[in-house]
Design a binder for this molecule. Structure first.
Ligand SMILES: Nc1ncnc2c1ncn2[C@@H]1O[C@H](COP(=O)(O)OP(=O)(O)OP(=O)(O)O)[C@@H](O)[C@H]1O
Ligand SMILES: [Zn+2]
Ligand SMILES: [Zn+2]
Length: 803
């Protein structure tokens, strides 16, 4: 008897391991690793994934239960994915089932129906299968199941004579078009023709025409056009049996418009050098990680495109990851215009069905390139030749829910698996990656100049404290207002960037720029509206919100932040003639809105694009000559050790939108703390000096990349329970980890009460801690067996992006 090891869909079980089930004889020839099954668990049937098949088990025969239902006769997960899940589960301290689920499109988690699709001439099929496809190209899977034909079906699937499609029941229904299939029998057509009376002239003409197109399948519109016959005539002829309607599935097309084909650009010397190193690694099959550090507008994308071209020529597939927020049509179109139909796109803007279609194109090896956000790193290609992470510094590459994986780590793992290079690209690499490149863990490739040797834009910083002293209370400094006026006159375009990160969460004095900081840590205090207090979530220090600035005594001390809508109002007051497009979460809710706004801006239907983080990246419009940053500081004072790095990155990225073509660009950054190094270095637009300074700061404070950090959060509806178990957690860690690891806490979390649960946390800083993972696993086990019953929720986040 054969036994399957199954990972079951219960992520509350204390032990995360596969369970053995016997494979019923009827399934033996059908089941494979990576198939989903239904298995009895407790008193119900639950979903599971087959992760191994073996001949023996230690489970006594009377305890061994059989698999109830086999959901897939073609595996949905490859062997690689099963292996990856095992690695991920340990790396991220999560359940294997969560890792497996994370790799699949949500459509496969929903209800669906399976259809069998004919991919060949009916005659090539084994005899028992043939009758099903006499009049259809698509047949319900249940028919084969009912007739006990799964084994020949599986054989045909293996030979690619048939394929299986899962039809998502709810929204994501497969889209079909109705087509006309002309009878394949010449004699039949002749008989029909002869049977028609001479008065049915149009019908006779049509059947005559059909005799030249025996067995062809075409859209009714084409027939109407070619023969000038009316739909009624076609209908009449179909009723006579000369043709029939069939339904053909089409992939939903998430691309609204076709794109124009583009050609390869002649590379600059710098691009050429970078590309060469990448191609060498591809040819050698070397799983190297490259860090492509190129200033904004240096043509990193062109390097990706040509590397992908090489990958396709090698007969391999490429995965391109871009941050969700910059997954704009502008970016995806650059890939589509080069590789056309060979590109699948995956992002959250697609419907469940569209996402599933794109995934299926990859799964069935119908495309060669996938461009997508974080989860596209799991694209089920089997012969990967290149993986690219664009804007590698983006925090959205880290998943914030279990499994808390970082796409960069998964990409590098897959690179090793497929023996292929990984490219991390950015104008402002994360400190971690740049430090690794400096240590030769990654290979550094540099593009110092813009592609057409355009200068980087000039950057000016305006001290908003001075503006206030001059009596200017508006959001626009005189300088920025003047420059806007100037561009409006010249009919050049303007991008206004409102930094929404850290919106309203810190308190700032508008007169002297003081930000309320913690006494014990170099970090700004977080404003808590519910009790009107300022709090440090690192050490727990708190104080009431002051009414006067402790430095200068001014009363102009307040929570900081302005919404885009307010800016828009003020803009239209100041510049009534300006045409403004606003791009933020509110204006882009509707599907396709994002695309429409950018298209309008590209077509110069507006003078000013006003937006949040969404507009900081990827935009490549030649007529933008002015970029204004309204509030550089908001992201600076977040209680996050990466605040300076994030601010520098944002300012550099958004500045990089200006002056990308012939006309020179100008950037104006408004700030209340212009002396801060992140702002000063952003003005220089030089990465290296910023990197050096920031590394010093991290060293002093013992933060990454010098130390690793892990964050454990405990929550409970009762504040005392939460505090109590967080303390138990800290005690446990202190008794298990080495003295080199520092355990900070427990302290309250940044947002203490979330969805009516009180949250406490412990922060662990460590360098080399061989016992870390085993300790965490043990802690998880205690939690899953004991604490969970008390209503505690515990999460462990290794290398959290935001603390
Ligand atoms: N070799 C080249 N010859 C001519 N034009 C080029 C070349 N390489 C890139 N370009 C053009 O330069 C512009 C900037 O390139 P691209 O957008 O790829 O830069 P990037 O490094 O990805 O920029 P960012 O990081 O700012 O998004 C684009 O309009 C691109 O078409
Ligand atoms: Zn002050
Ligand atoms: Zn503190």
């Amino acid at each position: 008897m054969k036994i399957a090891e199954v990972i079951v869909d219960v992520s509350a079980y204390p032990v995360d391991r596969p369970f053995d089930y016997s494979i019923p004889e009827t399934m033996e020839e059908l089941i494979e690793c990576g198939c989903r099954v239904k298995v009895p668990f407790g008193n119900r049937d639950i979903l599971g994934f087959v992760v191994a098949i073996k001949n023996e088990t230690e489970v006594p025969p009377d305890k061994l239960k059989p698999i109830s239902v086999l959901l897939d006769i073609e595996p949905v997960l490859t062997g690689e994915m099963l292996e990856l899940a095992k690695w991920m589960k340990r790396e991220t301290i999560s359940y294997e089932i969560d890792c497996l689920q994370a790799m699949l499109p949500s459509a496969l988690r929903a209800k669906y129906e399976k259809m069998v699709i004919l991919e060949t001439d009916v005659k090539n099929l084994e005899e028992p299968l043939q009758p099903f496809f006499q009049h259809a190209t698509k047949v319900d899977y249940k028919e084969f199941e009912k007739d006990g034909l799964l084994i020949p079906l599986k054989k045909a699937l293996k030979m690619h004579l048939l394929s299986i499609e899962n039809v998502v029941k709810q929204k994501g229904k497969i889209k079909e078009v109705r087509k006309v299939k002309i009878a394949a029998d010449q004699n039949l057509l002749q008989m029909i023709y002869e049977g028609l009376s001479n008065r049915a002239k149009k019908q006779k003409q049509l059947v005559l025409w059909m005799q030249k197109h025996v067995g062809e399948i075409m859209e009714p519109e084409v027939i109407h056009e070619e023969t000038t016959c009316s739909p009624q005539v076609l209908q009449a002829v179909i009723e006579l049996g000369a043709a029939e309607y069939i339904f053909e599935e089409v992939y939903r097309n998430p691309f609204k418009k076709d794109v124009e084909k583009t050609d390869f650009l002649t590379l600059t010397a710098e691009q050429e050098t970078a590309l060469k190193d990448i191609l060498d690694a591809m040819d050698k099959g070397s799983p190297e990680t490259f860090l492509l550090h190129g200033v904004t507008g240096s043509g990193k994308t062109e390097v990706y495109l040509q590397a992908i071209q090489h990958c396709i020529q090698q007969g391999k597939e490429a995965i391109v990851l871009v941050p969700e927020i910059s997954l704009t049509p502008q970016i995806t179109n650059r890939f589509r215009s080069r590789f056309g139909e060979q590109v699948a796109v995956m992002h959250s803007g697609l419907s469940v069905g569209e996402k599933y279609d794109e995934w299926r194109k990859v799964h069935q090896q119908k495309v060669k390139v996938v461009v997508g956000a974080r989860s596209a790193v799991f694209a089920p290609f089997e012969n990967v030749g290149l993986i690219i992470l664009d804007e590698e510094h983006e925090s959205s590459y880290k998943q914030e829910d279990s499994p808390r994986y970082h796409a960069r780590d998964v990409a590098i793992w897959r690179g090793k698996f497929h023996q292929c290079p990984v490219i991390l690209g950015s104008a402002t690499p994360s400190l971690e990656s740049y430090a690794r490149a400096r240590k030769n863990v990654y290979k550094l490739l540099t593009l110092k100049e813009r592609a057409l040797k355009q200068p980087l834009p000039s950057v000016e910083i305006v001290d908003m404290r001075e503006e206030l002293k001059k009596g200017n209370r508006s959001m626009f400094s005189e300088k920025l207002a003047d420059s806007i006026r100037d561009r409006l006159k010249k009919k050049e375009q303007i991008v206004l960037f409102l930094n929404r990160r850290g919106y309203s969460s810190f308190v700032l004095c508008r007169d002297c720029g003081t930000v309320m900081q913690c006494e014990n840590c170099d970090i700004s205090l977080t404003y808590h509206r519910y009790n009107e207090k300022l709090k440090c979530h690192y050490c727990g220090y708190e104080q009431p919100v002051p009414t006067n600035c402790p430095e200068c005594g001014s009363e102009h001390i307040r929570y900081f932040g302005t919404g885009t809508q307010k800016v828009e109002e003020e803009l239209t007051k100041l510049f009534p003639e300006a045409r403004v497009l606003r791009m933020d979460v509110d204006t882009t809710k509707r599907k396709g809105a994002h695309e429409a706004i950018l298209e309008d801006f590209g077509a110069e239907k507006a003078d000013i694009l006003l937006g949040t983080q969404m507009i900081a990246k990827g935009l490549d419009f030649p007529n933008i000559t002015l970029v204004g940053v309204l509030s550089a500081d908001t992201s600076l004072h977040l209680p996050d050790f990466r605040a300076a790095e994030r601010t520098f990155q944002l300012l550099t990225q958004v500045s990089g939108r200006a002056g990308r073509a012939e006309k020179p660009g100008e950037v104006i950054i408004q700030s209340y703390t212009p002396e801060h190094y992140a702002i000063q270095f952003a003005k220089e637009q030089q990465y290296e000096p910023f990197y050096k300074k920031e590394m010093m700061m991290r060293h002093e404070a013992a933060y990454p990349p010098y130390y690793y950090i892990a964050l454990i959060q405990v929550s409970h509806e009762d504040v005392m329970m939460s505090a109590e178990y967080a303390k138990r957690c800290a005690d446990y860690l202190r008794s298990s980890l080495s003295f080199d690891a520092s355990i900070i806490g427990p302290t309250t979390a940044g947002i203490v009460r979330l969805q009516n649960r009180y949250r406490y946390q412990c922060l662990i800083k460590y360098k080399i801690e061989p016992n870390l993972i085993p300790t965490f696993l043990q802690l998880m086990k205690i939690y899953r067996t004991e604490w969970i019953k008390k209503g505690i929720v515990l999460t462990i986040d290794l290398n959290p992006t935001m603390i």
